[in-house]
Design a protein. Sequence first.
Length: 163
Amino acid sequence: MTENPRDRDGEGRARNARPRDGLGRPLPYGAVGVERQPEGVVRSPAETVREAQLLLDAGKPFHAHEVFEDAWKSGPDEERALWRGMAQLAVGLTHAARGNTAGGARLLLRGAGGIAPYRDGPHGLDIGGLVRWARELAARVEAGEGRTDRSVDAGREAPRLLG
């Protein structure tokens, strides 16, 4: 019997232990990467938004997506779609920054659709502004805006989460 070469956590779930760059791309084992977000952290909505904004501003939308994913998985049922949509916005920006125009645009639009029903802006979130930002960025990403590499600067394109 051969040993499974996949990285596993203490409970046997697959976990990739490779270091990652600022956009979440795996680096070779032994390389110096960006510190990863711990998984499964339960934060208040205000802490979630604050942590995610810091990561977005630092050009780390993949890591912000992990913060939103924690909120999605640990939050109340009536906010699951909100946090899932926020995670999709962050991962859409991640894909756009990696040069994946089709995937980036698709996830930005999916995230915008997911958060749009939360018109009242729970937790101070600027839902209208985020929906506009996502739709505008998706259109620019799809159009390519004359860039040869078709990627965007994640830090410069980071949205403002609060109204």
